[in-house]
Design a protein around this ligand. Structure first.
Ligand SMILES: Nc1ncnc2c1ncn2[C@@H]1O[C@H](COP(=O)(O)OP(=O)(O)OP(=O)(O)O)[C@@H](O)[C@H]1O
Ligand SMILES: [Mg+2]
Length: 233
């Protein structure tokens, strides 16, 4: 590909990216007006015993659910598009992971999942954007939870290998076939009825924006292991 061709593609790409981002923002306002009015309609019929109103309430609630889903999708999309303006600060990754687990453990326990931590004691600092890395942790923890509907165990590990800092997520969930695993980083790929399929693509984008990489091993019925490798500060 020559330089002019490359420039042309780049210009096209950024035009499409701007359009998509703009569209997502434009959809948000009317969607929130719709949600607000739905809420009011629900209040109107909520306490009625009239059978017609009861049927109407059911339908309104269905539309409400879909509006919530659409809103989540927009948030995920905008989040995905936003990665790139991170602020990298030398940080203690162990402390960040510990903080996250303190915050997340009650949710995990509610779903019958235990979390354990294995943190390397002499972990070098890593240059990272805390709020972005927290999103990485959240996305991976949520996926693990969703893969363990009947309870299970999630282990978070940090270590150093060949001078790089490693963060591992190991769950005892349902695992994936090779066919599924080969697609998990594709945008909008999801095997869940309510998944947007933007979780892992966002995770990968964030990790790569930190100069890192992410890989995954999985076995159906056994569990899944995500490995993130980051350069030291
Ligand atoms: N820990 C895991 N165990 C088993 N399968 C997983 C795991 N993590 C991800 N997957 C598979 O990868 C797919 C893509 O994950 P991703 O997080 O990108 O999207 P999602 O979870 O389906 O939706 P969302 O956008 O809400 O996160 C999932 O639908 C699931 O099939
Ligand atoms: Mg997910």
């Amino acid at each position: 590909m020559d330089e002019t061709e490359r420039q042309r593609l780049l210009a096209q790409y950024s035009e499409i990216a701007t359009l998509a981002g703009g569209l997502a923002h434009e959809i948000r306002n009317p969607l929130s007006t719709m949600s607000l009015n739905l809420e009011l309609l629900v209040e109107d019929v909520q306490d009625s015993r009239n059978p017609r109103d009861r049927r109407m309430l059911k339908k309104l609630q269905k539309v409400q659910q879909e509006a919530v889903r659409l809103n989540e999708l927009l948030n995920d999309f905008l989040q995905f598009a936003r990665v790139g303006d991170q602020e990298l600060v030398p940080t203690d990754l162990n402390a960040l992971v510990r903080d996250f687990v303190d915050f997340y453990r009650p949710t995990a326990q509610e779903y019958g999942n235990e979390i354990s931590l294995h943190l390397e004691s002499n972990l070098p600092l890593v240059k990272l954007d805390e709020s972005l890395i927290r999103q990485v942790l959240m996305n991976l923890a949520q996926n693990a939870r969703q893969a363990m509907p009947d309870g299970g165990h999630l282990e978070l590990q940090t270590s150093v290998r060949d001078g790089r800092i490693q963060l591992e997520f190991i769950d005892t969930g349902e695992g994936m076939t090779d066919a599924t695993r080969s697609k998990i980083f594709q945008v909008f790929y999801s095997t869940k009825s309510d998944g947007s399929g933007l979780g892992l693509p966002t995770v990968r984008k964030i990790v790569e924006a930190h100069g890192g990489s992410i890989s995954c091993e999985s076995e159906p019925g056994r569990g899944t292991r995500f490995l993130i490798s980051l350069p030291p500060a």
